[in-house]
Design a protein around this ligand. Structure first.
Ligand SMILES: Nc1ncnc2c1ncn2[C@@H]1O[C@H](COP(=O)(O)OP(=O)(O)OP(=O)(O)O)[C@@H](O)[C@H]1O
Length: 241
């Protein structure tokens, strides 16, 4: 795997000639987690899609660059808000879909290991319509973690999970994606404070950096400093409405 680069996004996004967000200037440090929050509809998923090189509802006027001047193409793995599981494939087949689409031999042992870590080892042969929402999301997470890319873009990857499973999956993702450049879109201040090396709050006008704790992630969510940071961030998000 190549080393994870930093990512720098500068620009403005417009939909039908109306500015949706920007001009923003956001830097995602190399090999670190940047957690992005902001009110619903502000453009978090759009920003993620722009970095992923996917289409958006509008036009982006700006630049997305990497610290090594390399292209993003082929170096990014994306976990979208909807799980995008193929209904005719099993849990295991969906998990190895990336390799299959590239015409490679999938690493079945790695896939089975990840599915075990996400608690689905007893469901490998099931089709997505036989799974709960949380099980589907964990399958999509396993599929994302299969890809050994230097950049991971995760759009609310733990939103369908119960609290204890969510904590477990956050720890798994932090372990597997260590040293990668990660963008995590979340609505949960506790999640951002637990996982983020950097916390960015997107507004229609800018991307604000919220001060994080000096302790490196993954942080103890019950430590007084963590709880205080979460409370401050939540208050800030509520004031922005
Ligand atoms: N296909 C589309 N056509 C027109 N407008 C769209 C389309 N998709 C998204 N939008 C608009 O773009 C804006 C940003 O959407 P986006 O999904 O990026 O927001 P978000 O911050 O991720 O929201 P949420 O937190 O609710 O997921 C929204 O106002 C939305 O209405």
């Amino acid at each position: 795997m190549t080393q994870a680069p930093a990512i720098h996004v500068r620009g403005t996004h417009e939909v039908d000639g109306v500015r949706q967000f920007g001009p923003l200037d956001v830097r995602m440090p190399a090999g670190k987690w940047t957690c992005i929050l902001g009110r619903s509809g502000v453009g978090k998923s759009t920003l993620l899609r722009l970095i992923a090189g996917l289409t958006t509802a509008g036009e982006f006027d700006g630049h997305i660059t990497t610290s090594d001047a390399g292209t993003l193409e082929g170096r990014v793995t994306v976990m979208a808000q909807s799980d995008l599981l193929l209904p005719w494939l099993s849990v295991l087949e969906n998990t190895v879909l990336g390799a299959r689409l590239r015409g490679e031999d999938p690493d079945m042992k790695k896939a089975q290991g990840l599915l075990d870590r996400v608690g689905l080892s007893g469901h490998l042969d099931k089709r997505p319509n036989a799974l709960s929402g949380g099980m589907r999301q964990r399958t999509a997470l396993a599929r994302t973690l299969m890809e050994d890319r230097p950049i991971a873009l995760l759009d609310e990857p733990f939103s369908a999970l119960d609290a204890s499973t969510r904590a477990d999956m956050q720890e798994l993702a932090a372990e597997v994606l260590a040293a990668k450049t990660v963008l995590l879109v979340t609505h949960d201040p506790a999640e951002a404070v637990r996982l983020g090396h950097q916390i960015t709050v997107l507004t229609p006008d800018a991307a604000q950096t919220w001060p994080t704790l000096h302790i490196p992630p993954i942080r103890d969510q019950y430590a007084p400093a963590t709880v205080g940071c979460q409370a401050g961030l939540l208050a800030h998000l509520r004031e922005m409405r």
